[in-house]
Design a binder for this molecule. Structure first.
Ligand code: MRU
Length: 351
């Protein structure tokens, strides 16, 4: 397996740098954000995306707020950072990790006594969050790999790999870890309409690592299960509440088909994706631009694939009831039902 592409998001020269995922697989380019405005735009456009990568984005975003201008004193810095935190929080509503990253670094800034201390500690905390992400993904990979057998074919949805995290990945991290252990694992990747995170990003990064991947359109999930071409499904999550798993729109359909065919459905996610105090009704599902559905692809606003004035409903996520989830794969191990008992036990001590 090839070494890491490099980190999906990182800090360099007082700026946040990220792989611009809107350009893949055509071009690999690093986007430099020197202001929180630029970073917030990048998040909204999905240049950086995936719940754990959004956690790091929120964290680095708060650090960037401390560096993007000069301050006469620490109070002025704190006011500015609080304002910027609001902007970052307004970018995307569903993945809870974004808010976790923002709040954790904001807390450090607000408890600092002078400008230099705030800058230093904010950056240290953001770097710590990024490191933690890589470490916990390796653990998710280690625990998840035990569920995979030599020769398995895993169906996955959206992109949950290096590109959705700081590095390694959650669901794709499990596959990487199993392969690293010497197991032969094949992947079926759903294209994940309308923004094609599966075909553009998952296929790109798996092929780059030499992992066997086959692309299907989202409406082919039924036939591949019916033909017994899938041994396990592993997906990621944007927010896990006490009665559902929010993940990329279409995940719920995959879960239903998996259950119908007796295929295990696993959700791989770090503990920061759990928002156990909340339930499905408390969470806002992001609704995105109609253009994502009416054009052949959002990058090419030339060929229409629908009448341009058609009414459009474009939710970015759906919630899969927990009864469809065979187990959660976390950095503290695999969690099986009953979730109302077992999830709180695993969450105890979460920072
Ligand atoms: O809209 P996106 O691309 O940010 O959605 C991403 C997903 O739904 C992922 O499956 C989820 O964030 C888990 S990533 C490890």
């Amino acid at each position: 397996m090839k070494a890491s592409i490099m980190r999906t998001i990182y800090w360099e020269d007082n700026a946040v740098k990220l792989i611009d995922q809107t350009l893949l697989p055509d071009r690999f380019e690093i986007l430099t954000c020197r202001s929180v405005d630029e970073l917030a735009d990048a998040i909204k456009r999905l240049s950086v995306r995936g719940a754990p990568a959004l956690e790091a984005s929120g964290a680095y975003g708060i650090a960037l707020a401390c560096y993007e201008r000069e301050f006469k004193d620490v109070d002025e810095l704190k006011e500015h950072v609080k304002e910027r935190a609001k902007l970052l929080s307004s970018t995307r509503p569903t993945a809870v990790n974004l808010f976790y990253g923002i709040e954790r670094v904001l807390k450090v800034v607000l408890s600092s006594n002078d400008v230099e201390e705030a800058k230093k500690r904010a950056l240290e905390e953001a770097e710590k969050i990024a490191e933690e992400d890589v470490r916990r993904n390796k653990l998710i990979g280690k625990y998840g790999a035990e569920l995979l057998e030599d020769g398995d074919t895993v169906l996955t949805y959206c992109n949950t790999g290096r590109l959705a995290t700081v590095d390694w990945g959650t669901a794709l991290g499990v596959i990487r870890s199993a392969i690293e252990q010497g197991k032969r694992v094949r992947v079926i990747a759903c294209e994940t309409r309308p923004l094609n995170q599966g075909s553009r990003l998952t296929c790109w990064e798996l092929m780059r690592d030499g992992i066997d991947v086959t692309l299907i359109a989202d409406n082919m999930v039924g036939i591949v299960m019916q033909r017994r071409m899938v041994d396990k499904v592993i997906v990621g999550a944007d927010r896990i509440v006490r009665d559902g798993v929010f993940n990329k729109i279409g995940t719920y359909t995959v879960a239903i088909v998996a259950k119908e065919h007796g295929v295990p459905f696993y959700v791989a996610a770090p503990l920061t994706t759990f928002d156990w105090e909340r339930s499905v009704k408390d969470v806002v599902i992001e609704e995105r631009n109609r253009e994502e559905l009416i054009y052949c692809h959002i990058k090419c606003k030339k060929s229409f694939i629908a009448p341009k004035d058609v009414k459009v409903f474009n939710p970015a996520f759906d919630a899969t009831p927990l009864s469809y989830v065979t187990a959660f794969i976390t950095e503290r191990g695999v969690v099986y039902p009953p979730y109302e008992e077992n999830v709180p036990k695993v969450l105890e001590g979460k920072s």
